[in-house]
Design a protein around this ligand. Sequence first.
Ligand code: NDP
Length: 479
Amino acid sequence: MELRTKLLIGGEWVAGSSRFQTLNPATEETIAEVEEAGAGEVDLAVRSAREAFESPKWRHMDPHRRAALLWTLADLVERNAEFIAATETRDNGKPLFESSKVDIPFVVANLRYFAGWADKLTGDVIPVSGGFLNYTLREPIGVIGAIVPWNFPLNIASWKLAPALACGNAVILKPAEQTPLTALLLGELALEAGFPPGILNVIPGRGPITGQALVEHPDVDKICFTGSTSTGRLVMRTAAEGPKKVSLELGGKSPNVVFADADLDAAVRGALTGIFYGKGEVCAAGSRLLVERSVHDELVEKLASKASSMSVGDPTDPKTRIGALVSAEQRDKVLGYIEAGHQDGAKLVAGGNQADVNGRGYFVEATVFDAVDSSMRIAREEIFGPVLATLTFDGLEDAVDIANRTIYGLAAGVWTRDVGKAHRFARDVQAGTVWVNTYNRYDPASPFGGFKQSGFGRDLGEIALQEYTQTKSVWVALD
Ligand code: NDP
């Protein structure tokens, strides 16, 4: 494969109305100049998607054939995984270890999982009163605009487009301006797999230009969005004009809770992956570590020592576990929060600085603050970087209370050997995903999404099919 830089619309590679550069955040070098879709190209993409969606070739395609297309796409991604993973690492700064061992394999598994659903979308027969047969059909929604972020560029794109295509929709994918390259590769592979032209369109561009035009477009039926809560709010407000359907997966400030009876070494490992996997640029990052008072000192000491020895470095080195933050803007935001931690009186126990990797790139050390309380900015706001805020609690009730003291509700972790306590915590915490004695586990079959201001709608799992189908009720008079 080779890098693609044009827009994929209606099965053709076309020029945009302007261009933007995408950088390698580990070297600050330009990787490519990418075409940007302006309002005109967005309109063209929507018209192509509509035409492809309405075409009998797609509408009346046998479901098992749609399944086969998705399966072929999965095979093609797998065959080209090395190049795709390397491109993701260059564009995003994430360690090659993550893109090659986790992100791209997940894309493959996810495409296969939803391929399996394409021919299993059944309706119901409803026992209505009177002499009627009533049944439901599950039909595709139409043209889906998928707006995705830069932290898991191809992975999250697949969370939207795999179920959308399995259900028979047409998709317009708008990747983040920081990381447009793997979405374009996926577009190329979708054409090669045999999806009809226009069923998957890929239109890079900046949010306020391309994204906004997509959300505003009257002929887009639904927007599926993952990103910040503030942009999600704007997307929803704009979509209200349609009104068009929206599902939103937004930010988080997830609690990772360690009880005194936990396996502390496992909890330390879980705390580290919880916050430092993906450089902390993870919506479900366990960015608040809640530790029961009696084990606080021991746990924080172990944690600080391990965090201080984590390898921040060249993302292409297979040993690197923390790569470059995605942009200078993101690095500055993270450093700003480290400063806020100091100002608000938290105690720095690991990291706290930019990391020097060959004198360039946007690297920040694995950072741990202790003595944090829920009023501090580093405990309330989504940092989206390798910065952990440690808080102390006394007992289950206090843990739940502190865990829920946030506007967000995306995920939570709990570490304990007491089964009852684990389940009581899982019941009482306000979060869309709860991990018990583990953290950051995902599977295409398990739903993911938020409570509270972390959004609504669900990615992954059977439930995601609801986001991409609408129900039709059919009445048949029998007499
Ligand atoms: P955004 O939420 O702005 O970006 C997410 C996606 O929305 C991108 O594709 C972006 O495009 C697009 N977008 C931006 N503005 C609009 C708009 N007006 N209409 C339609 N689409 C739009 O996140 P940022 O990249 O600005 O990151 C800022 C912060 O958001 C991060 O520091 C982090 O805290 C949080 N975030 C949370 C994520 C999550 O998974 N929950 C993911 C990413 C960020 P483009 O990038 O091209 O501007």
